[in-house]
Design a protein around this ligand. Structure first.
Ligand SMILES: [Zn+2]
Length: 401
C-alpha cells in the first residue's frame, strides 16, 4: 500500500514537504519523495492531497481503567471489575481512534489492564499496543492504595509485590515514591516508600528485563527513586537542581503529565471534583510548571503522557498534554517528538515504533492540518494505521454529516 502526496513529519527530525510512504504488511517498506510513476494495479494507493502524516502517537502515562469522571478513584470503589472491563475497553478504542497507537498504562484495577493488553494483541478488541504495570506498589495507606494498589512495607515485601506483578504479566513495575493528588489524606510533597524499598522493586524489574516508573512529586522522593535506578519520573512537581543533575547523570526520563492538573483546575469543584483534589492541584500547579521548564532547559529527556483517566482527561486526550508542553516552552516539533521518538526510547521500543522509517511498524496518523504550525491540529485525525492496517477512517465523514 502507498500513501502518496503527503507532508511528512517522520519523527527523526526531518520534515518532508512532499513524500510517499510504502507499507508492506505490518511494516514500513520505505519513504520516498514520490511514488513510482507506474505502480502495479494490485497496489492500493491513497492520495492524501497534501495532508500531514506523523508517526502513531505514544501516550506514556495512561490509566485506561480510570474513566475520567470527576472522581475516578471514587468510581473504582463503586464499580465491579466486570463493569471496569467495559469502561477500559471503550477507552482503549477511543484512544486508538485519536491516533494513539501505543500506550504505557501505569495502573489499572485488579489486572484489567493486563487482560486488556492481551485482548488487543489477540485482536479481540480495538485498542492501542499496551505496556502495562498491573497494580501500583505503594506503602500501606500510601498514594494509590485501593483496588489499583498493592500495599507493601519493607524491602522484602516490596520485592514480593514486584514479583507478583511480574507473575501476573506486567511489563512495567510502578512504584509510589511520594504522596499524590487523587488519594485523600496524602501529601504530594512527602516521601512514601523508602529508598531501600524502591531499590528492591527496581532490582526485581531489572532481573526480569522489565521497565520501571515512579509516581514522584516531592523532591526527596524524586531523588531517592532516581538513585534507586528508576527509568522515569512521573509528574515531578517539585524538581530541584540536585534532582535534575541526578536525572541527567542517570539518563532518567521525565513524564510531566501537565494535563492532569490543568483539567482538574479548569473544571474545579463546580464539576464535581472532590475539594481535596482541587486544593492539592492548586497548591502544586506553579511548582509543576516551574519544574517542567527547569527540566526542559536542562535537557532532561521528556516524554509525553497526559495521565489519562484523571478528571475530564481520558487517554485519548493526549493532544491536551502536547498543547500544555507547547504553552510552557516546547516547540510543536519537540512536543511531537516527546510523543513519538522520545516516547519510544522510554519504552525501549525505538527499533519498532516512534519514527516513520523503513523497517519500523507501520503506525501512522494522517492529520487534516499542520501540527507544526498549530499543535492543536493533532486532534484533526483523518486516518489511523496500526501495524499497517487502517483502524480508523474519518475521511469524507464531515461531508456526510
Ligand atoms: Zn497516573
Amino acid at each position: 500500500m502507498w500513501l502518496t502526496n503527503v507532508r511528512l513529519f517522520d519523527g527523526t527530525g526531518r520534515v518532508w514537504p512532499t513524500a510517499a510512504v510504502c507499507i508492506q504488511g505490518e511494516r514500513i517498506q520505505g519513504v520516498y519523495e514520490k511514488a513510482p510513476e507506474h505502480l502495479p494495479p494490485e497496489e492500493a494507493v491513497l492520495d492524501l492531497a497534501g495532508r500531514t502524516v506523523i508517526p502513531g502517537l505514544i501516550n506514556c502515562h495512561t490509566h485506561l481503567c480510570l474513566d475520567g469522571s470527576p472522581d475516578p478513584a471514587g468510581a473504582w470503589e463503586r464499580q465491579t471489575i466486570t463493569k471496569n472491563v467495559l469502561v477500559a475497553a471503550k477507552h482503549a478504542e477511543r484512544t486508538l481512534r485519536a491516533g494513539i497507537t501505543t500506550v504505557r498504562d501505569l495502573g489499572g484495577m485488579e489486572y484489567v489492564d493486563i487482560a486488556l493488553r492481551d485482548a488487543v494483541n489477540e485482536g479481540l478488541i480495538l485498542g492501542p499496543r499496551m505496556k502495562v504495570s498491573g497494580k501500583v506498589i505503594c506503602m500501606t495507606g500510601g498514594h494509590g492504595w485501593g483496588p489499583g494498589g498493592r500495599e507493601a512495607d519493607g524491602p522484602d515485601e516490596v520485592r514480593k509485590a514486584a514479583r507478583e506483578q511480574l507473575k501476573a504479566g506486567a511489563d512495567i513495575i510502578k512504584i509510589m515514591a511520594t504522596g499524590g493528588v487523587m488519594t485523600f489524606g496524602v501529601e504530594p510533597g512527602s516521601q512514601q516508600l523508602n529508598e531501600d524499598e524502591m531499590r528492591a522493586a527496581v532490582e526485581e524489574a531489572r532481573k526480569a528485563g522489565k521497565l520501571t516508573a515512579s509516581h514522584a512529586q516531592g523532591a526527596a522522593g524524586i531523588k531517592a527513586v532516581v538513585r534507586a535506578g528508576i527509568d522515569s519520573i512521573e509528574h515531578g512537581f517539585y524538581l530541584d537542581d540536585e534532582a535534575i543533575e541526578l536525572m541527567l547523570e542517570r539518563g532518567t526520563y521525565f513524564v510531566p503529565t501537565l494535563a492532569a492538573l490543568y483539567h482538574i483546575l479548569e473544571a474545579g469543584t463546580a464539576a464535581g471534583i472532590p475539594a481535596f483534589m482541587v486544593e492539592k492541584s492548586l497548591r502544586a500547579r506553579d511548582a509543576q510548571l516551574a519544574s517542567f521548564q527547569r527540566a526542559y532547559k536542562a535537557g532532561v529527556p521528556i516524554a509525553a503522557g497526559n495521565d489519562g483517566g484523571t478528571p475530564f482527561n481520558t487517554a485519548d486526550n493526549l493532544p491536551s498534554e502536547l498543547a500544555r508542553l507547547v504553552e510552557n516552552g516546547m516547540t510543536p516539533a519537540e512536543a511531537l517528538l516527546a510523543a513519538t521518538r522520545v516516547a519510544s526510547q522510554l519504552l525501549r521500543m525505538e527499533d519498532e515504533i516512534g519514527t516513520i522509517e523503513a523497517g519500523k511498524r507501520a503506525d501512522l496518523v494522517v492529520l487534516d492540518g499542520d501540527p507544526l504550525s498549530d499543535i492543536r491540529n493533532v486532534r484533526k485525525v483523518q486516518l489511523v494505521l496500526k501495524d499497517g492496517k487502517i483502524v480508523h477512517d474519518q475521511r469524507g465523514k464531515e461531508l456526510e454529516q
